[in-house]
Design a binder for this molecule. Sequence first.
Ligand code: AMP
Length: 448
Amino acid sequence: MSFENFGLQAELVRAVQEMGYTQPTPIQLRGIPAVLEGRDLLAAAQTGTGKTAAFALPLLQKLHEDQPNPRGSRAPRALVLVPTRELAAQVQQSIADLGTHLRQQSALIFGGVSPRPQIDLLRRGVDIVVATPGRLLDHANERNIDLRSVRYLVLDEADRMLDMGFIRDIRRVLAMLPPNRQNLLFSATFSEDIRGLANGLLRNPLTIEVAPRNAPTELVDHRVHLVSQGEKRAVLSHLLKSGPNAQTLVFTRTKHGANRLAEQLTHDGLQCAAIHGNKSQSARTRALDDFKEYKVQVLVATDIAARGLDITELPQVVNYELPHVPEDYVHRIGRTGRAGSTGQALSLVSDDERDRLRAIERVLGRKINVLPLDRTQIPRPSGEGKTREPRHVDPRAQQQRHAKPQGQGQRQHQGHSGGQAQGGGQAHGRPAGGGVRRPKPRGFRSQA
Ligand code: AMP
C-alpha cells in the first residue's frame, strides 16, 4: 500500500515523497480514507505514530477540493487545537511541509509571544489555524478571528489538554464553532474524561487504536540506580561527565526543579539548557534548537514541556525524578530507541520513589534492572550530610538481579554511537535533502 492509493492530490503525494515517507503508517492507513470519507475519528495514537500526517493529508485535500467560503472570505476552515506551544509549532510545520505544493495557508497561534504578527496573519486570511486554546480564545474575544467557517476540527493530544486544565477553554471554543463539521480527536489514552468529551463531540466516529511505533520495552534498555535524594545531582553529573558525551534528555517533575538542576549541571561544567512552561517561548525554542544542533549536551525538561516534541532516536533519557503518573514514564522514554536503534532509559530512584517505580514496572509489565553504583568516583554533595546508601539495598541482591554482564554497571551511561542513530533515522525520517530546512544533527529528526 502506498500513498498514491488513497486518491490524494498529486501535489500531496509529491510532498510525501519529498519528506521520505515511502509507506503509510498504521494510523495513516486507517485514518486517511476515513477522514476523506467525511467520518469523525476517535484515534488512540501517540506522537511518533505518524498521526499528524494522518489528519493533515486528508484535511489539506478536502480544503483544496471544497468550495471556498462565501463572499471570498478567508476565515479559517480548519482548526487544530493542541496543548502546548511546541506541539503547535511542530504540527503547523508538518502541515506546511505536506501542503508545500498546494495553496492552503496555515497560521500558528499560541501565547507567550506578541499577538500582533498573529493578528496580521489572521486578517490576511488563512485556511488552517493550529492553536493552543488560551491564545485562540483571546483572539476570538478580541474578534481577531472568525471561527464561524470552521468545517474541520482536530483535537490533538486531547488527554494532555484535559490534564492541563483546558477543558473549559475547549468547551468555549466548541461553542463558537458551527455545529455542522467533521471532528477528529487524537489522544494517547482513552480515559473516562476523554470518552466523555468524545461522546459529546463525535458523531458515529471510527475508532482507531494503534500501538506506539516502537514498544518501549523492546527497544529501550531500562536501568535504575538506587540513590538518596541528596546524592542525585552528584551522581547525574558524574555519569554525564564520565560517559561518551551522548545527548541526554533529563526529566524533572517541576519547573523549579528543572531550572535548579540545569543551573547546577552548568556549574558542574556541562553544556546544559532547561525547557519548561515558565520560560518564554523564545527561550524554549532556543533551548530546543541548541539541543537539536548539539550546542548543548543536556536538556532538562518537565513532562509537559517535553510532551509531543519530535525529538527522536535520542541515545538516552534520564529520569532524575520519576513521574507521578506511571504512563508518563512511557511517554518520556518514547523518545529513545526508535527506528530500530536501542536507547537507554536511566532512572535515579530515591527511597520515597519506590512505589512509583513499582507502578511503572506494572505499566511496563516487567521489572527494571537495578544496577549498583560505583561511588568511589562520585564527589560527596556539598552542604549535604553524610550521603547514605539507601537502607533497603542489599548489594549482593543487586548483583544477582543483573541481566547484563558485570562491567556494564561502570559503563551504564554509555549511549550507542551517533552513527548508528543516524543510520536508523532514515527508516522513518526524511532523507537528506528532502524538505529539511537546516542541517540535521546526528540522531534527531528536527521539525520545531
Ligand atoms: P507524528 O506521530 O505525527 O508526531 O509523527 C512522527 C514522525 O514520523 C514525524 O517526524 C513524521 O515526519 C514521521 N512520519 C509520519 N508519517 C510517516 C511515514 N509514513 N513514514 C515515515 N515517517 C513518517
